[in-house]
Design a protein around this ligand. Structure first.
Ligand code: NAD
Length: 475
């Protein structure tokens, strides 16, 4: 069994999680510890005990450890990518890309540890100076989803450690392998005992235990339902909280768009990574004049996508990550048809030589904004095309959602691009690019019900992982 890491010691648990390969249900990736509330309490206590010494380490010490971890992740990207593809189901190139991203994030925050700055200014009172400095928040709990098994743990852990916090990570039940590998790398990179703790297992069991054990801050990525209940629980306990939740991201295709480019953006944004990205383009809002050509061409390209085993070189789309997610996708496909949307292509469960959760990407047309297909996050390879009378109508449809993570526009007009950038109600806007696919050195996050609290990633990560102190210095 792969153990939990608590206070620098690998500890087994009474029960285990079986990590299955969604490309091949006969391939068991491994057995992983499933922690108890006591394990979580001990992990939080270990992080609490380790905090004073870790928060007083020099930026150089923290930077060196993060840099070492980043180097190992990058050096082992092939092996770690294979593990990730086996447990989550994204294709090997996608998985290696994600691992590379995780390594780059550690390198970036190795630099950020050295750039933790304050401000010194004159007081409004004579003879007094004001120093504004940043300090770590304390013990940070991290709860992560299954769709980015190493990148999301990395983009939360790296800034937390860089700025002097100690960490307890609770990864998603479905994908403990990549988080375990990350813990192993961090441990060997030289982190003192208790600075980083890993407790794998059920969110329903370990989440409440984490909050009750007395963490100072919680960074969560996952579904809206879980996030909103955690936000309430954190508010009652005075825990600083940051939530990244779902999306129902629009890609608007203006009449003047380059057809092939727009189709490529839609195909990538809607279906790559099996549509299991919070930034996936699940609503394709297409202006009247280009609409029919766009739907015809996108249907051809979708039908040509090769769905298969995540490790097979010819696969472009891996399996859906779990049985429950596949059932959810199929029920949305059936529901879309029942609501009157036109299924242009796909949507069915596919058989391959290995037993897995394969699904043909589903493309719907003639959708209306009130359909569930257009309102609820599906989190799978299901895209809905809405017809718009004009760019203004398309923008109104794009903003007609409780979510606000990413929004895209395909156009050749600078004026439209500028207008969309200013008026799309989303945290991230992409022009002539897929809505999914972001950089690690700039802020990541959304508006409305997609996100809550400060942004993640880039220099902006410091807002969540530090607290500000204002000191008045008299003479
Ligand atoms: P989920 O909410 O079911 O689970 C996320 C994590 O929360 C898991 O680790 C789970 O064990 C844990 N959890 C479950 N119940 C809990 C509880 N009561 N208390 C504490 N923790 C609990 O989400 P998921 O199915 O793993 O992930 C899919 C969702 O994540 C989608 O909605 C997707 O949009 C979202 N997501 C968002 C982003 C983003 O940055 N906006 C990125 C990736 C995924």
């Amino acid at each position: 069994m792969h153990s939990n890491l608590i206070d620098g010691i690998w500890r087994n648990s009474q029960t285990a999680l079986r990590n299955d390969n969604p490309s091949d249900l006969d391939d068991v990736v491994g057995e992983y510890a499933s922690g108890s509330p006591d394990d979580m309490r001990e992990a939080v206590a270990a992080a609490r005990a380790a905090f004073p010494a870790w928060s007083r380490t020099t930026p150089q010490q923290r930077s060196d450890i993060l840099d070492t971890a980043g180097s190992e992740i990058l050096a082992r990207r092939q092996v770690l990518g294979t593990l990730l593809a086996r447990e989550e189901g994204k294709t090997l190139p996608e998985a290696i890309g994600e691992v590379t991203r995780a390594g780059q994030i550690f390198k970036f925050f190795a630099g950020e540890a050295l750039r933790m700055q304050g401000e010194l200014m004159d007081s409004v009172r004579p003879g007094v100076e004001v120093l504004v400095s940043r300090e770590p928040v304390g013990v940070v709990g991290l709860i992560t989803p299954w769709n980015f098994p190493i990148a999301i743990p990395a983009w939360k852990t790296a800034p937390a450690l860089a700025f002097g916090n100690t960490v307890v990570l609770k990864p998603a039940e479905l994908v403990p392998g990549s988080a375990w590998a990350l813990a192993d790398i961090l441990q060997r990179a030289g982190l003192p005992a208790g600075v980083f703790n890993l407790v794998m297992g059920s969110g329903h069991v370990l989440g409440p235990a984490m909050l009750d054990a007395g963490i100072d801050a919680l960074s969560f990525t996952g579904s809206q339902r879980t996030g909103q209940s955690l936000a309430k629980a954190c508010a009652v306990r005075g825990i600083k909280v940051q939530l990244e939740m779902g999306g129902k991201n629009p890609l608007v295709v203006a009449d003047d768009a380059d057809l092939e480019q727009a189709v490529e953006c839609a195909l990538n944004g809607a279906f790559y990574a099996t549509g299991q990205r919070c930034t996936a383009s699940s609503r394709l809002i297409v202006c009247n004049r280009i609409h029919d050509a766009f739907v015809t061409r996108l249907a051809e390209r979708t039908a040509a996508l090769r769905v298969g085993h995540a490790l097979a070189v010819e696969s472009q789309i891996g399996p859906v990550a779990s049985e429950a997610q596949l059932a959810n996708n199929l029920s949305h496909v059936a529901g879309g048809q029942a609501e009157g949307a036109r299924l242009v292509y796909g949507g069915e469960h596919l058989k391959r030589t290995t037993r897995g959760y394969y699904q043909a990407p589903a493309l719907f047309a003639d959708c209306t904004p009130d359909m569930r297909l257009c309102r609820e996050e599906i989190f799978g390879p299901v895209a809905a095309v809405l017809r718009a009378e004009s760019y203004e109508h398309a923008l109104a449809l794009a903003n007609d959602t409780p979510y606000g993570l990413a929004a895209g526009l395909c156009t050749r007009s600078l004026a439209l691009a500028t207008h969309f950038r200013r008026h799309a109600e989303a945290g991230m806007v992409m022009v002539n690019l897929p809505t999914a696919g972001v950089d690690y050195h700039v802020p990541f996050g959304g508006r409305k019900t997609s996100s809550h609290g400060p942004r993640e990633q880039g220099r902006y990560a410091i807002e969540f992982y530090t607290t500000v102190k204002t000191a008045y210095l008299g003479s």
